[in-house]
Design a protein around this ligand. Structure first.
Ligand code: FES
Length: 610
């Protein structure tokens, strides 16, 4: 009997689909919650999914009625009516999902006094007359300059189109928004002055709606980055663009649509309108930055991996397709290198790590982990290809942080105690749980320091030719497949932790520092916020330091974006940080291979790189 592997995105869960089994049945067995109000008869249409790759059965009569031919061509199907006939990759859209993902928008909170990139002036003008038949925009600029002693010289073209109608309906009174001597928009007197800060991650997008005058966050929301359908990591997406320029257009469109949707949702939550958003800041890694602007990305994939641009940029929002105030701008923070982008600058800015007086390691763990060492007033930065293991990728029962994911666990004799997100029955294991599992297996001597699973524990078994440790057995799951950590999973995790460990060690070596010199370790990012530091130290991923030297700061890149949104001084600091960083390409270090091999071993820091 044939069996196919089905990859369910954006959860990152994989399931085995038997012959004659529908996608819905496979999803259920694999712990993927797809809505199925009618129980799979094809009546409710709640189980819509999109087949991204692979071959499936032909559409049923019901599906021909539910979807347009364009939608069918795009792969839209009802999960209960669709039967895989090869390995497939499926997207389950948010409204078809019974569980939602943990999408981090929380983190460090910091205040700065607003120093806005624009000024807003109240202007009242006289209506035109036969005696003074002066053009509307000319009268507005004259009044603005006279009433506020300015030398404003131009008006944004879209704003210009709106001026005659708006002035008349607002009784010749308005708020005029001026940016670099240009009128970028005019607002009704009672309009709010808002801004939008975006942390554009490879996996997730976090958005914050900010009151520009107080700096207060009015609403925040996170969603999955829809580009994920074009590859989980940066390299896959770059490769897609290298193969087809059309992919660059589609990926940019997907991101812009997602941001427009987010800004509309945030405005609805705050009782505001997207036209009241007068400025946007976007931070992301270099590839996300380039894909957002549709800049070439091919050079990022080849040595010496240089960005198209590193300087901070200001781009008219409508030139990108963002639906905010007519002449508003998007500010993009500077990048550092091909694989260290504005999000890392933003994190260094928000945490003040860049000006730390004591030796500091600041890192953001993801599929690509950026690490900075701040020592003696210098900032040395590198990036490590830590891969998707800590986001659940390439791990047999790995999944992203969503309901039912084991997020913490402890091995106690022959028992495994665990905690799941939302407290429901376990369906897989997410990054923080995976890290705990590795540490617990090592500390209980179930795996040795080379990562080999030793088969003397009652929960260790050989399944389909592979040794594995059973976290939750079939019996404990009432007949559903067991959740296990396999020998292959352990190897994947060792590679991920070794990449991060190597990055830290090489920065220390270059700066002639030792692990004992590190006075603080700042860990940012979604995964980093939830990990158990004890576990990270136990396996040697983090330096073996007292726990009070570690700080988990949540989404610091998002905080940096909010600072830059309301403060031109923070923007200047961001540019200064990017210029000060000395970037180190890990692979070019002569010690890289030696350090990486040693870093694969489990256990507290034990590298002897002398
Ligand atoms: S479950 Fe109702 S249509 Fe598929």
């Amino acid at each position: 009997m044939s069996e196919f592997t089905i990859n369910f995105e954006p959860l990152g869960l994989r399931g085995k689909c038997k012959n004659n089994e529908s996608l819905l049945e496979c999803a259920r067995r694999s712990g993927v919650g797809i809505n199925s109000i009618c129980g799979g008869t094809g009546a409710c249409h709640a189980c819509r999914v999109q087949v991204l790759s692979g071959t499936v059965s032909r559409p049923s009569t019901v599906e021909y009625k539910v979807f347009t031919s364009k939608e069918l061509k795009e792969g839209w199907r009802l999960a209960c009516q669709t039967y895989p006939i090869s390995d497939c990759k499926i997207t389950v859209p948010a409204d078809s999902m019974t569980t939602s993902q943990r999408l981090q928008v929380e983190g460090l909170e910091k205040k700065v006094s607003p120093e806005l990139p624009f000024q807003v002036y109240h202007v009242k003008i006289a209506p035109p007359s036969l005696e003074t038949p002066v053009a509307d925009a000319d009268r507005l600029i004259q009044a603005l300059n006279n009433q506020h002693r300015l030398r404003c010289t131009s008006v944004d073209i879209d704003t210009l189109r709106d001026i005659p109608g708006q002035l008349r309906s607002w009784n010749w009174e308005s708020q005029v928004v001026v940016r670099n001597k240009e009128v970028v928009t005019i607002l009704y007197q009672k309009s709010r002055q808002l801004g939008l800060a975006i942390d554009l991650g490879t996996t997730k997008i976090a958005a914050y709606l900010i009151d520009m005058n107080s700096g207060q966050t009015l609403a925040a929301r996170g969603i999955m980055n829809p580009q994920i359908n074009y590859g989980e990591d940066i390299i896959s997406r770059i490769n897609k663009v290298i193969k087809s320029s059309e992919a660059a257009v589609v990926m940019q469109r997907l991101t812009l649509d997602a941001i427009n949707e987010l800004s509309a949702d945030l405005c609805a939550a705050a009782g505001a309108r997207p036209e009241e958003i007068l400025e946007t800041v976007v931070v992301g890694n270099t590839a996300m930055h380039h894909l957002f602007l549709r800049l070439p990305v091919k050079q990022l994939a080849f040595s010496p991996f240089v960005p198209a641009v590193s300087l901070a940029l200001e781009v008219r929002a409508r030139d990108l397709g963002l639906n905010i105030a007519p002449g508003a701008y998007v500010y993009l923070m500077p990048n550092i290198a091909g694989f260290v982008g504005a999000d890392h600058v933003s994190m260094l800015l928000a945490t003040d790590a860049w000006k730390a007086k004591e030796t500091t390691i600041a890192l953001d763990i993801g599929t690509n982990t950026e690490v900075s060492l701040i020592y003696g007033g210098k900032i040395t930065t590198t990036s490590c290809a830590s891969g998707p293991a800590f986001e659940g990728g390439h791990i047999k029962h790995g999944m992203r942080a969503a309901a039912g994911a084991i997020e913490r666990l402890r091995i106690d004799g022959d028992k495994v105690q665990y905690q799941t997100i939302n407290g429901g029955p376990p369906v897989g294991i997410c990054g923080s749980g995976i890290l705990d599992a590795l540490a617990q297996l090592y500390q209980a001597n179930i795996i040795d320091n080379s990562g080999r699973i030793i088969d003397s524990h009652p929960r260790v078994r050989v399944h389909k030719g592979q040794r594995e440790f059973v976290l939750v057995s079939e019996e404990e799951r009432n007949g559903k497949p067991a959740i296990t950590i396999t020998q292959h999973d352990v190897r994947e995790l060792q590679l991920a932790k070794a990449a991060i460990r190597t990055g830290i060690q090489i920065l220390l070596d270059i700066s002639l520092c030792s692990e004992d010199d590190i006075k603080q370790v700042i860990i940012a990012g979604a995964f980093g916020s939830y990990i158990n530091i004890d576990s990270a130290v136990a396996i040697g991923m983090m330096p073996s330091l007292p726990l009070n030297r570690f700080q988990q700061v949540g989404n610091a890149a998002g905080m940096g974006a909010r600072l830059a949104l309301i403060s031109t001084r923070s923007r200047a600091k961001a540019q200064a940080i990017a210029s000060r960083v000395k970037y180190v390409e890990l692979a070019s270090s002569p010690e890289f291979n030696k350090v990486f091999v040693q870093a694969n071993y489990l256990g507290p820091y034990q590298i002897t790189n002398k």
